[in-house]
Design a protein. Sequence first.
Lengths: 380, 379
Amino acid sequence: MDFALTEEQLMFKDQVLKFARREIVPRVQEHDLNAEFDRESWKRLGEFGILGLHFPEELGGSGADVITSVLAAEALGEAGVDGGLTLSYGAHTYLCADTIFSHGTDAQRWKYIPKLASGQWIGCMGLTEPGAGSDVASIRTHARRSGDQWVLNGSKMFITNGAIADVAVIYAKTDPSAGHSGISAFIVEKGTPGFSVSRSLHKMGVRTSPTSELAFQDCAVPAENLLGSEGNGFLMAMQTVEWDRSALLAPFIGAVSFLIQRCSRYAKDREQFGRPIAYFQAVRHKLADMKIFLEAARSLVYRIAWCKDKGRPLNHLEAAIAKLFVGDWSLGPTNDAMILHGGYGYCHEYDMERVFRDGRLAPIGGGTSDVQKVLISRLM
Amino acid sequence: MNFDWTDQDRAIKTRLNNVFHQTAREELDRMEEADLPELKTMTTGVLRNLAPTGYLRVGFGPGARSETMHLVAAQEETARMSGSLFLAVEVTARIFAGLLRGFGNSSRISQIVESLENGNLIGAVAVTEPSEQGEGQRPATEAWPDGSYYVISGRKDFVTNGPIADYLAILANIDGRPAFCLVEQGIPGLIMGPRMKTLGYRGVAVSSLQLNEVRVHKDLVMGPFEDRSALVFVCLTQDMVLTMASVGLMERTIVEAKQYSVRHQRGGKPIFAHQEIRFKLAEMLTLYQTAQLLSFRAAWMYSISDPEAETLIHCAKVFAAEASEKVAGMAMQIMAGRAYVMGNIMELAYRDAKYAALAGTTSEIARMAIADDLLRRYS
């Protein structure tokens, strides 16, 4: 075993950290307050190359490995980038673009990946429905073949980037009698007749990431927009889960690094009873717990990234364990950070309440903690 | 980055498994009830069986950079077999022998190290004193020169392996500087207290001791040291041993709880089929794997002298110790009444689990040290 990161990986993480602090963080609080997507930050993420890190250079990416991608996502969180922007980035790059890259034809790759990697286009992925979450087989959206088209009908719920996406990867039943094997994936572009955003959802956290319900009413897409082979959609969705539980978890652990740095400085500056509050053991206890969580979670997330770099497809146990741990155990540190700041922590100016709200998504999104326990106990 | 064991790591794991395969589980469990002569015989027997595997020669930390990960790979195997055995062996092979290897420089000490590596000796390290010293304070036990000898007087508490050790390394204060003096069992002036009755790890012999002007030849004295590196080595090694003990405890507890939950039926199906049980097991496995990885990373950071290594070791120890208490509690709950019966593996684990949080660097002191490091780092 060897936990060393390469010099290149460490340098890149540092570059992302500096870039994010300089180019993104100054706008974070305002956009969170207004619950609006930050297009300027998105553009800069694209220019820096973060949105297409792991894609080949010829498709507009940087050819980075998964560990580097995870480090970049962690660095964004550590810089203080809000969970909304990192969620939009995750849904765009991993749930949408990577699915097209991994399962699409050359024509689909060349058509979409350069635009997605640069940030010129925004992507989303539609799997969850009003009546189907982790129970993927029960989705009702269906696609019917009609000549050289597929006609989609149904709706999708909790779709990150749904309202702003230029392209969506949509999962639908093509054989309702075949269970998991009857699900296929389709590329649906914005403006396709019958495809609309039925409503936008207001959320507790990750507020800069637009979340929507999507509607499909006789939405016809060309036959060549089928992604991968017919009936292979469930397996494709399961592969994206590996990203969901590695690169998408990384900003959460980065956010705890951000909290530790902020809390340490605050504890030294803030005086009560004639001395800095860092003097009090209760404050130091909270700082220590944040650090213990951070290091524990880091090992788990890096392990999934390493598994993925090694091309090991069956790492769902490790992924579920990382998701469960980051989801449930991160609640303590984000809560402690807010309490450590007292009244200031409850106010928007100090970032703590935003990180607290953003962090609530960790045990919910991408499969709740209970679902992870089902998976772990099934696989153990 | 590599999360796989190397061929060398796997080789030592296999050698250890072969040793334990030949040792009946009941025999290891019998340690919990053994009296001192039996315990000495059993511990020596296991040490001699372990010697050919190379386990007793593997070091830990910056002085053993290439070996540290072999060691944690191997420790996993030993720790999951028996907590008591693991502590007795590790105090001898890692803390006591590591101290001698790293800080001893006489031929007599080299001979003792050779005997230790062959499994012929049991060692103990005596640091804690009845009048508790704070961090950075001098031990009250003092040694002073007398010709070719040092004369030591003082008292020590909670000495693991104390009553069965052939040699004890005593932390003493020589002219205001720390030193470790090697004292042979039975030497005049060494009075071993009665074996302590403990909540857990009952297969480990622990006692206090008193030194009344014990004479130790200078060849058997390590130090006095100008810095605290020897003491830091003992503390960090002890913390890693306790961390790995917690990891091992969790592993054997989860295996037992899972097997029981599949065998035992309620409502016409195995209790594993009920979410109240399987969710506990999922949480237990999550805690175990998280503690395991964090411990491995902490050991690795120590081996490369990473500036954050000491903090990571503290993080790993606090997490693993507290996780093992939770896991043992949940395992007992899964097995219910059977686990509450004395001698049951869950009952044993439940009692053992408490130890790691209060031994070595306590969780409270570790947390303060972690926070102090953060406060230094971020200004």
